[in-house]
Design a protein around this ligand. Sequence first.
Ligand SMILES: NC(=O)c1ccc[n+]([C@@H]2O[C@H](COP(=O)([O-])OP(=O)(O)OC[C@H]3O[C@@H](n4cnc5c(N)ncnc54)[C@H](OP(=O)(O)O)[C@@H]3O)[C@@H](O)[C@H]2O)c1
Length: 333
Amino acid sequence: MTQDNRQIVLAEIPQGKLAPEHFRAAVAERPSPGDGEVLLKVLYVSLDAANRAWMQGATYRSALAAGDVMAGGALAEVAESRFAGLGPGDLVFADTGWQSWAVLPGRRLTKLPRVDPLTHLLSVYGVAGLTAYFGLIECGRPKAGETVVVSAAAGSVGSLVGQIARLLGCRTVGIAGGAAKCALLTDELGFDVAVDYKAGDTRRALRAACPDGIDVYFDNVGGDVFEACLFNMATHGRIACCGAVSQYDGAAPRAGPRGVPGLIVTKRLNLRGFIVSDFDDQRDAALARLKGWVDSGELKVREDVLEGLEVLPAALVGLLAGENVGKRMVRIA
Ligand SMILES: NC(=O)c1ccc[n+]([C@@H]2O[C@H](COP(=O)([O-])OP(=O)(O)OC[C@H]3O[C@@H](n4cnc5c(N)ncnc54)[C@H](OP(=O)(O)O)[C@@H]3O)[C@@H](O)[C@H]2O)c1
């Protein structure tokens, strides 16, 4: 047996803001696959805002506990297989956790095509791309000419939402933190307007950016930004509730946004929460459409690739603080 499985363990559940000190490095034996299992070599670990939410309690997955290898999705390569459907060299997306090797049941894994660059399997052709696509199209139901607003707009999901909305003929407004991210949205990613939520009165800035109101709001952040959008919604507007990153990293959130449910009633709003896997049956069609846009150059894919297992804790802390532009991931091997 080889003692070469480098791991990052969640040493302590954070009570306030997450810090690198909540993690520790460990080394374990490389695991061996049993019947029906595969040994995976982890290539790229995906960093997701939701990683922090899993420390708060059970969500769509069970809660993390102190002492667990930190959970996380990854692009991995099959190194050894005792499962008929997968062989050495096959690529999969798997919940490997933050470690260099993992053993998982083969039936839980889906073989992925080899694309160039491979990192697109974690960004536009992975959870981020599918979340942007289904959340916008199925929950937001935008029509050409409508105004679509997205928060965390320079992040992995948000940067794709705004571009897809533009491709569907909508006017697009991105909300992001800081002048540099706002410039990127309008100058490189084709957003019509960018609103810096750190610059002051977001509700007022949105009113100026959306004089006819917001038809579709794709909510990645919750909290104050959600409230600012709620007050600017057009009658019969739709809100796709994707996530609430403003609430993940800290103590229990403050009392909820004002205007709920009053504004929802008077403006006849439709709010729909979703998890990307709700739309698994439409996955192939969505991927084909995303690929068409990427291949034609109409959809730009921003990625933020860091190096080395040891940077994972700081990389997650940095993601929550808004360091990233586009899809953040860490190359392990
Ligand atoms: N429903 C689903 O199936 C599903 C699937 C995947 C992801 N998601 C959700 O999608 C959202 C985006 O996740 P991601 O992993 O792609 O991360 P991301 O958008 O790439 O990165 C997170 C971004 O959130 C912004 N942010 C952090 N704190 C904030 C605050 N207090 N207020 C406003 N913005 C804040 C930061 O950008 P700024 O510099 O702009 O602040 C940061 O870059 C999350 O809510 C996540 O839970 C949902």
